[in-house]
Design a binder for this molecule. Sequence first.
Ligand code: SF4
Length: 238
Amino acid sequence: MIPASPGTPPRGLVVVERFGPTFQGEGPTAGQQALFLRLSACNLSCAWCDEPYTWDRNRFDVDAHSQRLSQRTLLGWALDSPVTRVVVTGGEPLLQQSALFPLVAALAQAGRQVEIETNGTVAPTTEMVEAIDRFTVSPKLSGSRVAAGRRIVPAALTAFAGCGKAVFKFVVARDGEIDEMAELEGRFGLSPVWVMPEGSDEPSVLAGMRRLAEIALERGWNLSPRLHVLLWGNARGR
Ligand code: SF4
């Protein structure tokens, strides 16, 4: 097994895939060109997860999908592209925060904008907050079927809410989760907020966006597409 834990010494990152240029499909930078770096492992197990091959050892040979790559290799890959936005996603990328920081810092120093997509359960370090362009924090709701005590970590959400570099994006799988979203928004002072439908094909994403549009307008939330799904379905590496 390739270890990927908060205690992993910074000697490379356990990576599932890297791809781009493509378009960021979700959240405030949807439609912008970006490179994607997908890291291995997750501390949650969402029922509707699009990337179970990053963490689900019952269904996938996660090690066969993963390789350890040096920060130098990854920096060279990113800087070889004229695209300046780099999205680090997972899995849960902050499980490898100590190994990830040198790469983020080097990319920032080279003028790249780094976004980290996180489930909001691991608090960012001060140095990571300084180097990063944006955290896109996606707290999980009950439709994920993960116990509330695992998916909502108050200290971590409080840290993100107060860091000045986070936006909050919720995946809504069922209408009952709207009140949960609002409760979390109020309890932790989450702002700004995006709401996005669950769905891995065009009809379900469009139907979900239409269902959520009026709710988002009423609540003062932003609405996110899943642009990559609308363009390419559920294909990996797009
Ligand atoms: S937090 Fe993200 S990567 Fe982890 S199981 Fe949930 S949806 Fe999948």
